[in-house]
Design a protein around this ligand. Structure first.
Ligand SMILES: [Zn+2]
Length: 233
């Protein structure tokens, strides 16, 4: 009896684990897109259980990725695959021109990096500014995305070499106040609190987030990228 019950519970659990996603995939069962792992990422949705999976599915699927970006506040244009510098091809690129917060300059990014940025801005950066300062960030200063180079002091290609990384240096609030990683990270006031919160928020959508606590090379910016390594430092 006990064994049989155990078996049927096992079968039931297995059925739920395998059957529900299959039924959703096949269209036999309809669930809201937020709860459907096969639905294309919608940047407006509050990040949840399937956000990471949906973001991962944008890799190598430029059409799906562009569809996801269209649900974001980003203004962007698609960029054809190219080799901007010898040895550093860029695939699935977009030129990011602006968003809720303007950029110090437009930048080239892989589409998944742009999608992760949009999630970060909508669900991490702006909520942090509202919570601590009661106003939005209106400008983001960055130090660039594409750079055909290796990781400093290594023989490994940087994610910057494929436009899959962005270095973020400072934020300007609506009242004109400027908060920079170089100056404010080490403090103890609102600016430091804001930067720590922003750094932690970046660790959700971006695969890799490195800040001043990681090493001296990152004393003045947050490096975020969508490479295969997942780390938050
Ligand atoms: Zn970087």
């Amino acid at each position: 009896m006990g064994v049989r019950l155990g078996r049927s519970m096992f079968a039931g659990t297995l059925g739920l684990l395998l059957g529900v996603p299959l039924a959703v995939y096949q269209g036999w069962l309809t669930v809201p897109d937020r709860w459907n792992p096969w639905a294309t990422l919608d940047i407006r949705e509050t990040p949840g259980l399937f956000t990471g999976f949906k973001l991962w599915r944008l890799q190598g699927d430029p059409q799906r990725c562009a569809q996801a970006l269209r649900t974001s506040p980003l203004s962007f244009s698609l960029v054809a695959d190219s080799v901007p510098s010898p040895g550093c091809p860029v695939h699935d690129g977009v030129r990011v021109k602006g968003s809720q917060a303007a950029f110090s300059s437009s930048f080239l990014a892989t589409c998944p990096l742009a999608a992760a940025y949009a999630l970060f801005e909508v669900h991490g950066l702006q909520p942090a500014a509202q919570a601590i300062y009661g106003q939005p960030v209106v400008r983001v200063e960055h130090l660039g995305s594409f750079a055909c180079r290796n990781i400093a002091n290594s023989r490994w290609r940087s994610q910057h070499a494929s436009a899959n990384a962005l270095d973020i240096a400072a934020f300007r609030l609506r009242d004109g106040r400027r908060i920079s990683v170089a100056r404010d990270w080490k403090g103890s006031g609102d600016a430091a609190r804001f930067l720590r919160r922003v750094h932690d928020a970046a660790c959700g959508p971006f695969n890799l987030t490195l800040g001043p606590d990681y090493n001296a090379a990152h004393r003045d910016h947050f490096h975020v990228d969508m490479g295969t390594l997942r780390m938050c430092r």
